[in-house]
Design a protein around this ligand. Sequence first.
Ligand code: PHE
Length: 334
Amino acid sequence: MAESAAASTQELERAALDSLAAAKSETELEDWRIAYLGRRGELSVRLRSVGSLPAEQRREAGASLNRLKSRLTTAFDEAVQTASQSGRETAPLDAIDITLPGRRSKLGGLHPSEMMMREILEVFNDMGFQTVEGPIVELEKYNFDMLNVPPDHPARDLQDTLWIDRKSRDKVLLRTQTSPMQIRTMEKQKPPVRIVSPGLCFRHEATDATHEWQFHQVEGLAVDEGVTMSDLKGTLYEFTRRIFGTQRKIRFRCDYFPFVEPGVDVSVDWNGRWVEIMGAGMVHPKVLEGVGYDSSKYTGFAFGMGPERIAMLRYNIEDIRHFFSNDLRFLSQF
Ligand code: PHE
């Protein structure tokens, strides 16, 4: 009995190795593995039947079948490797098919507001203005009070916004303008000051083609000894020349902002009419005194512009609401 078991183990091995040598493709190899090494394959069946052998044969039979199993496993692994190396094999599942057309990945782009802001900042950076950024959720004192807009000032009604916390001593709101960065900057440093500050602003607006409740601004501030209105005009002329070229006309007109005196609005001609692109003016002495600057020694100018408005003029965009409606048909044009 023991002898015949040994003989049939040898036969099994020879048969297995012969058919392994004949297996060429991945599927044939897999069929072989199932037939010999699989859970219901030859070897498993025999191993399971070892239990029914007479007790004195079990050990030897079990051991020799297990040795065979490990020899066949090794042979199988080698066959798989040879097959994939020799290239006779169909491609393994994780191979890259270089004949397939590639999948093009979509390239993102900058939002037109962001592109416009970067361009604006670059112009002022070239003129020596440093870029600073500040919080969107702002303290009331920076957004209004220290900009010479006391609580009962009518300018507050024009810039109604979302209040985060009205009850605490330091009231907190979504900033309505980037002008608070004038104060934050001056509180931290002595003149000379030359900064530009970009960012999001919010106002409670009835929206229309030129007004959104969310928009960007770029603020500018220059304070030093002897800064005059002609510095303001020269700087802003240079800015419009760089952004719009020399052909566009620009207009300075008196305007009122509580934190400048005198104040101006700056407009650009667009399809035969004037469109305001920024407010500007000479920094109000009260604002300078409020941050501890000596207003008899220092003067300055400030400006605040809307990059969306400027992009509208630049690219002939008819409605400001396009900027925040997240329609790719609009966004992908830039
Ligand atoms: N902050 C003003 C606004 O939002 C613009 C401005 C900035 C005007 C600086 C003058 C000086 O309307």
